[in-house]
Design a protein around this ligand. Structure first.
Ligand SMILES: NC(=O)c1ccc[n+]([C@@H]2O[C@H](COP(=O)([O-])OP(=O)(O)OC[C@H]3O[C@@H](n4cnc5c(N)ncnc54)[C@H](OP(=O)(O)O)[C@@H]3O)[C@@H](O)[C@H]2O)c1
Length: 230
């Protein structure tokens, strides 16, 4: 467990769902204090106790409303469907001032999930930045990582491309990627999130054609250093 993990509280807004619960599990396991957020505090408490059970009680995971979770957060992570993206962000905006928001949203528009359909802002993360303003750093990450193996121990064959509104915020999120036992790459400014978010539809398309549930991506041709040494 790193010193940073002991000090930081991560709020996972929408952490009762598939992707959020998996990420929450991994960060709790790494020693972070995790707060699961939900529209319903009962649902959040239940999700938190399920994660605690998986970890055999050795970690700190609690559940509450999205607003209270955002209030308690050092870093907040958004894991709701794109249809709930704007409303959820507007609801927690004032609680996120001075913090980092990690936006996991892929802007999928049913029924054509396998077709890239970007919002007018360019990407979900850029839309989040427009909603939250200058007081919040927005970093897009984890869109290519299927929830399928997040609650398990097996190696996940998918790298994480991290884009965001400042290098410092990206570095902070790269440490969270590493804590989740994944390999992350600084993929540049928030404008580059267009490509990364779009990859989700590409992977959904590949899953459908080739009969998988968790196709992923790998960066090749470059040596990886630990983010803690950058
Ligand atoms: N699933 C994956 O493998 C995966 C992979 C990469 C990225 N993502 C992205 O991660 C995000 C979450 O995906 P998911 O599969 O975890 O979604 P999900 O399980 O369908 O939903 C996550 C949570 O969002 C909240 N939510 C659902 N509908 C809502 C609404 N209308 N208004 C407000 N909150 C609502 C719910 O929490 P409460 O009811 O507790 O409020 C729900 O538990 C999406 O943007 C997705 O594109 C998912």
């Amino acid at each position: 467990m790193t010193k940073e993990a002991l000090l930081l509280t991560i709020a996972v807004l929408g952490g009762t769902g598939k992707e959020g619960k998996g990420l929450a599990y991994r960060w709790a396991k790494a020693g972070y204090r995790v707060v699961i957020g939900s529209r319903s505090s009962e649902k959040a408490v239940k999700a938190a106790s399920e994660i605690m059970e998986l970890l055999e009680g050795s970690s700190s995971v609690v559940g509450t409303t999205n607003i209270e979770a955002a209030d308690q957060a050092d870093i907040a992570v958004l894991t709701v469907p794109y249809s709930a993206h704007r409303d959820t962000l507007e609801g927690v905006k004032s609680s996120l001032k001075g913090k980092i928001l990690v936006d996991v949203t892929a802007p999928l528009v049913p029924p054509k999930l396998s077709k890239v359909q970007m919002p007018p802002a360019g990407s979900a993360a850029q839309e989040a930045k427009e909603i939250l303003g200058e007081d919040v750093e927005v970093v897009a990450a984890f869109q290519s990582v299927s929830h399928e193996h997040l609650l398990g121990e097996e190696e996940i064959e998918c790298d994480v491309l991290v884009t965001g509104s400042s290098k410092k915020a990206r570095e902070e999120v790269l440490r969270l990627v590493e804590a989740a036992d994944l390999i992350g790459w600084d993929a540049g400014p928030i404008e580059n999130s267009v490509v990364v978010e779009g990859l989700t539809s590409v992977l959904i398309n590949i899953n459908r054609i080739y009969g998988s549930k968790h196709s992923g991506i790998k960066i090749t041709g470059v040596q990886k250093q630990s983010s803690e040494s950058t």
